[in-house]
Write a protein that binds this ligand. Structure first.
Ligand SMILES: Nc1nc2c(ncn2[C@@H]2O[C@H](COP(=O)(O)OP(=O)(O)O)[C@@H](O)[C@H]2O)c(=O)[nH]1
Ligand SMILES: [Mg+2]
Length: 457
């Protein structure tokens, strides 16, 4: 017999789709989900939800006390344990639009369901062992993925890649701990113990692996959160032309008149698998004339301060000394881009900032853009591939680091054959790893994780 699942007493419901689509999906999960759904829905042939075959979609109608709400609503029941949450789940697929779906939701609430909190369906799935915590987190990453590489990463994690890796490491540590503990328990016996040196090496190997996993954090953050990239520079150097080229469509107005871009323009783009938010800014010059231009320049300065990556674009055909980077406060990385290189005689790339190497491009002729994209990728990912199966989030990285530093404490105790002292940090490293997959995760951490989800997930 499979283990009985936890069936929460409260049946929760929520719209699973955004308002305004053609079809709205409403989900119910928990005890009496069938009975609650039946209070407001009947099939066209008069069947109740309980009478439907599992996972069979049946057309019916939703009725409230004042009459029919939606005469064409499909219902499907997914009895426990074969459902997303592991509980009894019922879904209504009714007509979309704000009013119809809301009226159906109101009937479900009246029938005894409670509105789900953010992430509550996934939390119940986690509590029922349908997913580990890294998989639950991947559900949200999948929904919010901003690039193909981010989607790939989320789908690998949802598939259990990170959870499996953690279990592998935990098993290896458990094996070392077993040896340490048996030396403690049977110090006198001639058991087939591994030499302490070998034991220590094996543990250090695991610690290195943990450090390597923690170091994928930057890559994980870049792919999950995306990168804000600001195009800045003097007026008329081709910032807007470059933005359009990087986007692959005309978003910003390009004109030979300086000062055309007055306000910042933002657009999402996927470049080399990395989700970017591109920001085009007003041209920066010392002798700005009117108030609007001044305000535009101030916005450029603010965007630069916030950006993860800044491209200082200048005109390759004019001396750099006339177009110097104003050295504004910034936390992101800075790349110099010399545009309009088509105006230079071939091979003349001497017009450079004093202590940096600019990337020469021509937005007009679409030249050098691949080199620019490669430099952008290098700047944000530092040579790590965007497409990877494991790139951790900050929460995982912190726990990996804590586990690695616990193992560092255990290492000298193993050399000294002080088994009692060695066992403690090894146990705590195993526990830190358990927090990643949710085995030993305190409820308040779970609250924080699931509160980031949307309602209905
Ligand atoms: N020759 C040449 N002209 C360019 C290039 N990129 C942009 N331009 C021209 O430079 C002018 C200003 O371009 P724009 O993108 O509006 O510059 P911004 O003011 O920096 O946003 C327009 O007339 C563009 O056609 C380039 O690579 N080569
Ligand atoms: Mg512009």
């Amino acid at each position: 017999m499979p283990e009985p699942l936890i069936q929460q007493e409260e049946c929760i419901c929520a719209p699973a789709t955004a308002t305004g689509g053609a079809v709205a999906v409403l989900r119910l999960s928990g005890e009496h989900a069938d009975a609650i759904a039946s209070k407001c829905w009947k099939s066209l042939g008069g069947k109740r939800v309980e009478q439907l075959q599992p996972r069979e979609m049946v057309l019916g109608a939703v009725e409230g006390p004042d009459g029919v709400i939606d005469p064409q609503c499909m219902a499907v029941r997914m009895p426990a344990p074969h459902s997303y949450t592991g509980e009894d789940v019922v879904e209504f697929h009714c007509h979309g639009g704000a009013v119809c779906a809301r009226a159906v939701l109101r009937e479900l609430l009246r029938a005894g369901a409670r509105l789900a909190r953010p992430g509550e369906f996934t939390r119940r799935a986690f509590l029922n062992g349908k997913l580990d915590l890294t998989q639950a987190e991947a559900v949200m990453d999948l929904v919010s993925a901003g690039s193909d590489a981010a989607l790939h990463l989320a789908s690998r994690q949802l598939d259990g890649s990170l959870g499996r890796k953690v279990s592998e490491v935990q098993d290896a540590l458990q094996d070392i701990l077993a040896e340490v503990e048996s030396r403690l328990d049977f110090p006198e016996e001639e058991l087939d113990f591994r030499p302490p040196k070998l034991l220590r090496e094996q543990m250090e190997h695991i610690a290195d692996e943990l450090a390597r996993l923690a170091a994928t954090r930057n890559q994980g953050e870049v792919l999950r959160d995306g990168v804000s990239l600001v195009l800045a520079g003097p007026p008329n150097v081709g910032k807007s032309s470059l933005l359009n080229l990087l986007l692959g469509r005309d978003r910003a107005i390009v004109s030979e008149l300086p000062g055309t871009t007055r306000d910042t323009i933002e657009a999402p783009a996927q470049i080399r698998g990395i989700p970017f938010r591109l920001v085009d800014t007003a041209g920066v010059r010392a002798d700005a004339t009117d108030q609007v231009e001044h305000a535009g320049i101030e916005r450029s300065r603010a965007s630069i301060a916030e950006a993860d990556l800044i491209l200082w674009v200048y005109d390759a055909a004019r001396p750099y000394a006339e177009q110097t980077w104003p050295d504004w406060k910034h936390r992101g990385q800075l790349l110099f881009v010399a545009n309009k290189c088509d105006l230079l005689p071939p091979g003349t790339c001497s017009n450079q900032p004093p202590d940096a190497e600019a990337i020469f491009v021509s937005a007009l002729r679409n030249e050098g853009i691949e080199r620019l994209a490669a430099a952008m990728e290098q700047a944000v990912l530092g040579g790590h591939p965007a497409q990877s199966d494991i790139a951790v989030a900050a929460r995982h990285a912190d726990l990996f680091e804590r586990a690695a530093s616990a193992l560092a404490q255990a290492a000298p105790a193993i050399t000294d054959q002080d088994w009692e002292i060695a066992a403690i940090p090894i146990r705590s490293a195993i526990a830190e790893l358990g927090r990643i997959t949710g085995k030993f995760t305190p409820p308040d951490v779970l609250d924080t994780i699931f509160s980031r989800f949307c309602i209905g997930k």
